[in-house]
Write a protein that binds this ligand. Structure first.
Ligand SMILES: [Zn+2]
Ligand SMILES: [Zn+2]
Length: 231
């Protein structure tokens, strides 16, 4: 394992600045690796970790730097819970699943304690600014003052693992390809249709197509070359 200072420098570069969240994230991920006995997460142990992260903030980048887990490698699973917490899953420690369940793995969930901010204030009352207080305090406070920990089991279907090869299936409505078995089967007029998430639940899409008027109203440069609205 690299040193705390070396990892922090790497995190600062990846994230664009040094902040209390980086320090907390580096320490959280180092603790997770320590608990799982993952000594070289970016080397010999690089296929052991999958990390669930419950927030998309500064610490998220730091956790990726320490663990070597990347969203683009399917080794980070983002759960948008708005909580400063992460679960480090050890793929080398399977736990016998009950019959019919997805395989599960031993994991350590680590959450930042709310009281850590108060501890930072107590430690450096004379320092102006919460971020400065926390940057200093989060370096030196013991793990028990910063984090709560819990051993957990995490079910992970083989299709969720890094390296899973899936068939590519075309959505019967939009024609776009769907990977990783994300296609849905929906009854329509007595027929089963294979649909992508966006077509199966069109109202719940994270985007809605613009109308011709909206495109005209909100476009400036490039409007002439923008794609035509969907029907
Ligand atoms: Zn930051
Ligand atoms: Zn579709």
């Amino acid at each position: 394992m690299q040193t705390f200072e070396a990892l922090l420098r790497e995190a600062e570069l990846a994230h664009g600045h040094l902040c209390a969240g980086q320090i907390l994230g580096v320490r959280m991920a180092m603790l997770g690796c320590l608990r799982l006995g993952v000594a070289d997460p970016k080397g010999v142990d690089r296929k052991r970790l999958v990390t669930f992260i419950e927030i998309d903030r500064c610490a998220t980048d730091a956790i990726a730097v320490v663990t070597g887990c990347r969203l683009g490698k399917r080794a980070i699973k983002f759960r948008d819970w708005g909580k400063m917490a992460a679960t480090f899953v050890d793929l080398a420690s399977p736990i016998a699943p009950s019959l019919g369940d997805a395989p599960a793995y031993k994991a350590i969930r680590i959450a930042a304690l709310e009281s850590s901010k108060q501890r930072a204030r107590e430690l450096y009352p004379h320092i102006e600014g919460k971020n400065q207080q926390q940057m200093l305090a989060y370096r030196e406070l013991p793990d028990t003052d910063l984090f709560s920990e819990q051993w957990v089991r995490v079910p992970l279907h083989p299709r969720e693992l890094p390296g899973y090869k899936s068939a590519r299936i075309a959505c019967e409505q939009c024609g776009e390809g769907i990977n990783y078995d994300r296609e849905l089967r929906q009854m329509q007029h007595g027929l089963v249709r294979i649909l992508c998430e966006g077509c199966a639940f069109a109202e719940a899409r994270y985007y809605q197509p613009l109308t011709v008027e909206e495109i005209a109203r909100h476009s400036t440069a490039g409007a002439e070359t923008s794609p035509p609205p969907a029907h």
